[in-house]
Design a protein around this ligand. Structure first.
Ligand SMILES: C[S@@+](CC[C@H](N)C(=O)[O-])C[C@H]1O[C@@H](n2cnc3c(N)ncnc32)[C@H](O)[C@@H]1O
Length: 312
């Protein structure tokens, strides 16, 4: 059950984890990466593990109990990272990890409403204690808004047709389950034939992102992580779909400054003073053996940035 976390060896190497360091795992999940970080940072390195999902945090708590006071866990969202770090007495970190998306624990539990293969309530909240559910969104949004959401956050070409079908069906009866929504999407998008992805995949991704305000959280999380890193400290982010990966790339770039080639050779930095050096011009991918052993790794892309010393 304690399966190997995605790109574990790459995470340890690229975060340059060292004995005695201070680390933040902002997506502690089942605690797989956290355990690896704590082992590598032993015997006295520390880790703050965050997750917005209380169920994940409880699982991580059991898995990481052996590390004692070296590991502190808190229920928090990315945007709450500054407060969580302060509460844990951490004012600077050597490394921060964000392994985005949902965990297999969340995906495989029909009661959480993330998957469409087994019937469950249309929920999708990573923190079941707060915010609107996917069923609330599907019930309350105008068809046009819904179409925009599915197109923009799901990159779904059939978004208009899907939104129209949802509007027709919800007028008959509220759409309360994952399987009912999946069926509606599948019929509207023209069935499964010849597709690699289930036709509901993109619509479910869009709703999940909206329910959990994932883009806003990622933005806040990257800013908070970079602010917390000490010079030389590193942030590694693992994304699982193109919208996330693009966002990480752009946020990193925005902090990296702009290098302009000089005629006489060398470069000059333009614009804001660079705060980070991007260590991965192209995202890192898992090796073929990992992809074979863990299908979830297939779409993983990891980007790493290193905090630079303040220029003043
Ligand atoms: C892919 S799993 C992490 C798995 C973990 N690395 C491991 O080794 O077990 C992602 C986790 O991040 C959490 N998460 C996603 N977005 C979050 C956010 N904005 N704030 C806090 N936790 C978040 C999810 O609840 C989920 O448990």
């Amino acid at each position: 059950m304690d399966h190997v976390p995605v790109m574990r060896d790459e995470v340890l190497a690229w975060l340059a984890v060292k004995a005695g360091g201070t680390y933040v795992d902002a997506t502690v999940g089942a605690g797989g990466h956290a355990a690896a970080l704590l082992e590598r940072a032993g015997p006295d390195g520390r880790l703050l593990g965050l997750d917005r999902d209380p169920v994940a945090l409880a699982t991580a708590g059991r898995r990481l109990a052996g590390f004692g006071a070296r590991c502190v866990l808190r229920q928090a969202r990315f945007s709450e990272l500054p407060a969580a770090a302060a509460a844990a007495g951490i004012d600077a970190a050597d490394g921060v990890l964000m392994d985005l998306g949902v965990s297999s624990m969340q995906l495989d539990d029909p009661a959480r409403g993330f998957g469409f293969r087994a019937e469950g309530p249309l929920d999708m909240r990573m923190d079941p204690g707060s915010g609107e559910t996917a069923a609330d969104l599907v019930a309350g949004m105008e068809a046009r808004e819904l179409a925009r959401l599915i197109r923009e956050k799901g990159e779904e070409p059939a978004a208009r047709r899907i939104a129209a079908a949802i509007a027709t069906e919800r007028a008959r009866a509220p759409i309360a389950t994952t399987t009912r929504l999946a069926g509606i999407v599948e019929r509207a998008a023209g069935g499964r034939r010849g597709r690699r992805l289930h036709p509901a995949t993109r619509t479910f991704q869009a709703l999940r992102m909206a329910v959990n305000r994932e883009e806003e959280e990622l933005e806040a999380g990257i800013e908070a992580a970079l602010a917390l890193l000490r010079p030389g400290g590193r942030l590694a982010v693992i994304a699982f779909h193109s919208i996330e990966d693009r966002q990480v790339k752009h946020r990193f770039r925005a902090h990296a400054g702009r290098a302009v080639a000089l005629q006489g050779g060398g470069v000059r930095m333009e614009g804001v003073a660079p705060r980070v050096r991007v260590l991965t011009p192209r995202p890192l991918r898992p090796g073929p053996a990992e992809v074979k052993a863990n299908p979830r790794a297939r779409s993983a892309k990891m980007r790493v940035a290193e905090r630079m010393a303040e220029p003043w």
